[in-house]
Design a protein around this ligand. Sequence first.
Ligand SMILES: [Zn+2]
Length: 242
Amino acid sequence: MLKLGCGVLGDLLSADRGYRGPAVPCGNGHEAVFVSYRDKVLDTVLGPVTLNRAWYHCKTCKHGLAPRDAELGVAGTSLSPGLTAMNDKAAAAGPFAGAASMLEDLAGVRLTVKRTERAAEASGAAHAAQVRDRSALIAGRKLVPMPPRPVPDMLYGVIDGTGVPMTARETAGRDARARTAAPAPARSSSPSSSPSTPWTRTATRSATGPPPATSPPSSPPASSRTWSRQKGSAAAPSTSGS
Ligand SMILES: [Zn+2]
């Protein structure tokens, strides 16, 4: 069955051999000229498929390329995008050796541990670069991320950590600890308030600002603990009764 699928996929991919004229842009401002048709063995979810596609070469860069590879998302790699995604999932679940044998057990695809590792690390690096680029665009106000749906009715900002490394120049004349740990303005009563750590107060203040007088005085972690306890204690009698 896999062999049949593999054959069909091979025929489909061979339908376009990727000839894009006598010359194509090399990507660095030059022209790469057509050389010949070359084979590339591509590992896919269905098994290995041989891709015969047009190969171009740039004299200035001394570097070859196949436009068809880029179109199929396999430039610089010999794993298909589908198998790459499968490999990423398996590699994220545990050691690379386990990922390679998992791929073989579940999909019948045999990859060496080294290939599993290389492919997963390349995917990780590409994803990290994507996140960095996106963050830079958002920080530069060139990209406005769409809000999630449904929009949450409350957000908590939590800073988790015991210290932030600072240079002497940044802390000159400032008592950073006293500022972040300063008590919130005039709360009339807080009967259930546990001894708040500095980060808790910082989180509460940065998330909601000075709270209105009627708002409950509990901090976010305290309220979530209360909720889970209530849920647990409410469930307990019903299970014991039945
Ligand atoms: Zn070039």
